[in-house]
Design a protein around this ligand. Sequence first.
Ligand code: 13P
Length: 259
Amino acid sequence: MARQKIVAGNWKMNKNMEEGLSLASEVIHMAVDELPSSQGVSLVLNPPFLHLSAVRKLIPAGKGIYLGAQNCHHKPSGAFTGEVSAEMLKSLPVDFTIIGHSERREYFGETNALVAEKLNLLLEKGIRPIFCCGEALPIREADTHLAYVAQQSTESLFHLTAEQLKQVVIAYEPIWAIGTGKTATSAQAQEMHAHLRAHLAGKYGVEVASEISILYGGSCNPANAQELFACADVDGGLIGGASLKSRDFIEIAKSFPNK
Ligand code: 13P
């Protein structure tokens, strides 16, 4: 079975409402005009929470364009001022939600165990998690990156059943490549993606592991996407900066080879 090809745009904390709506509407129009569904690429727009409801209304059904949030709280509901629950996201509805992004791990102290709690709530609500993992530069320089990222996935994912795991999208985002303009080489990306897939296969079997989409994130742009997406185990991208420009985002989405 061919794996789902996905290009997801993580807008992070950018764009006010008016700017966000115009970005979403440009991306949607270009996608409908230029990305035939025969190419089988799914796009996910992940604007800030505030914009979700309005962007939802712009997305046409049946065009392979989906809505995602950037985070959710790890408890189902309650006295958590300023937070947003999986249930609230489901009520819009959103289709996907990014969890465990390195910026949340770094600035908000999120751990693998906490990310697992979020994942469980999302799956309970039928929202597909985009689970982020990736190493900081000192870990790569110490040559322990493969074990480190495998450990992140073990601690956040390995309690799931195979059926649950199939709902998860994994995004490998080396921290040293995020927002730095320094992309992982295609060899570095392929090495990690293959390693992650083998790690999943060790627990869930080759067949299940071969169905999981693993995205690359970190300074992915129209100039490097083609080489990255040509790698056997790279199934698309989680795009930060370049997702804020409609033309760049769509060009990235057009960068898949016929494989
Ligand atoms: P950049 O594409 O800006 O490096 O960001 C990657 C990222 O963090 C996506 O989640």
